[in-house]
Design a protein around this ligand. Sequence first.
Ligand code: KG4
Ligand code: ZN
Length: 337
Amino acid sequence: MDIYTLGIETSCDETACAVVKNGRELLSNIIASQADFHSVYGGVVPEIAARMHVEAVIPCLSDSLSQANISLDNIDAICVTCGPGLVGALLVGVSAAKGLSEMTGKPLVPVNHINAHISANYLVHSDLKPPFMTLVVSGGHSEIIKVSDWNKFEIIAGTRDDAAGEAIDKIARVLGLGYPGGPKMDNIAQNADVGRYTFPKPTAGSGLDFSFSGIKTFALNLIHQYEQRQEKIDIASFAASYQSSVANVLAENAVAACIQSGYDTLCIAGGVSANSFLRKKISELATANDINLYMPPLDLCTDNAAMVAAAGYYNYINGVRADLSLNAYPSIQQMQY
Ligand code: KG4
Ligand code: ZN
């Protein structure tokens, strides 16, 4: 019998609801982005995010059901992101999901936002199944995760400080590209000279961990030196060189993780997986090393609820449930799911 999952996502600045069939087929995907409201502040303001989720979550929910042409009665599970993310923002989705679950008697299924990003790949790659390696790179995360089974995740490397998205957004802001800087920096750097500026490699020690605070500080200092000398930076080439330094290390370490673990399948996920420099570099390295690479389409890289409904499906069929004591878990270390 077909299983329909409803996904609710409010971990950062997108209010999103979606319906997915059997964990693989996207029936609706509604996203209300708050990015324009936060852009005047240069980043997400947590209290504004939470208040805007309160306004948007019910209309999003109704739209996702009508776009999928399904009623709440025919939904099998209410799946919600309960962390990691901004606590006030997460609580809006969690509270909405609890209310729906209590009202309808449908099971409440908690979803880890990182697992949701990974599951975005299930919506477009029907042959993808564990085991595989994943590189999850977003505004808050930079992790290499071994997915040994549908519900078995092991973080094998991560960042010692900033996330890749944070490091990109910060430099984009200083270059005057606005918020969110990632897509804008990517855009402006197309066809620019990647070798024009040289940056330190954003690694941490000899393992697979990342460290982005050094490259970020180096870039900031370089921009200030140019300003002090009243010299102009070639912004497009600066953006290209910076992103390619970040992308190269992400791709090299993800592919090295596959080789070290004997895995021949690699997925990328999260907002930064939309980056064209990363997609190009990781495609080249995967081909050179006989690794099957899966990438989500650009619109499923950044936050959405379809990925929550897909991850929720696998949680649901594996018996993962929450009761009304479900809370929000801001950091990955606090996650119970
Ligand atoms: O996954 P996501 O929507 O939210 C988090 O879970 O954090 O990721 C957002 C991040 C932001 O830092 C944004 O600038 C970045 O993804 N991003 C990009 C691109 N598109 C989005 N970074 C680089 N290049 C892109 N094309
Ligand atoms: Zn995300």
